[in-house]
Design a protein around this ligand. Sequence first.
Ligand code: NAP
Length: 288
Amino acid sequence: MTATIINGKEIAVEIRKQIQSEVRELKEQNIVPGLAVVLVGENQASRTYVGMKEKACAELGIYSLKIELPETVSHNELVSKIKELNSDPAIHGILVQLPLPKHINEIEIIETISPEKDVDGFHPINIGKMMTGQDTFYPCTPYGIIKMVEYINIDPAGSHVVVVGRSNIVGKPVGQLFLNKNATVTYCHSKTKDLAAITSQADILIAAAGRENLITAEHVKDGAVVIDVAMNRNSQGKLCGDVDFAEVKEKAGYITPVPGGVGPMTITMLLFNTLKSAKLLDGNKINA
Ligand code: NAP
């Protein structure tokens, strides 16, 4: 069988259209969703991601504020900046671009962001809410994956979801979101024995290891949904995922490409969460 390609770009465009129309409606009520992005230091990849986020905000009419701080900024200075943003009424979402320089305690910084403005969904309060099945800001990449599976009309209830990877930003939360949707979830990681024996049982396989060609046809069940989260560079410097696309697409039922799969969904869900925050924080102003 040749798999149906899940086109993340197309799905992202659909969701962004809905966000844009809601942003317009809010503007009629004098509410402009605002996202602050804090960039520390000169990391080139971080700069590129922040640029993409700013551009996406501009396209949808979301106000974006970029705060650039030098590599040498102290932990306390960064904490003060975030506290300022926490109390700024024009800002509904705060994102601190990771990674941060080594002298800054990332966990403390994330915990400084008000949970009400934590549009990345990394604050322990929001993670706890997700774990207990409450509505909250879900981490953007995992949430984007859930939306992709919804888009192809697959109900994960009762399915076996296997997640390869257990990071706090992708692996663990994506498994949790599928569990919340009544899937049976198995996590694999670098210490897992006989990866193929486990992944080949998956109805939905999420590859988030960051290892080129880790997932080959022998890792995949016939007809499975294969979601490739990874963004690796191959020996020619080209972007690629964890999945051997050419081989696996002949066995899977659905597959995401890299690029053009999960990637476009991540920023889309950040915009979605920023809009959601504006509605929650400024909802009292609507038709007031
Ligand atoms: P990470 O923190 O490096 O975590 C990688 C995970 O994969 C770890 O849990 C690791 O296991 C596991 N792993 C590594 N090698 C393995 C192997 N050979 N077999 C099984 N498991 C293995 O990475 P991350 O931040 O979760 O990101 C994962 C990938 O997704 C990266 O390529 C990243 O660039 C990409 N990503 C994409 C997006 C997007 O928008 N598309 C967003 C975020 C991340 P241990 O825990 O045992 O070390």
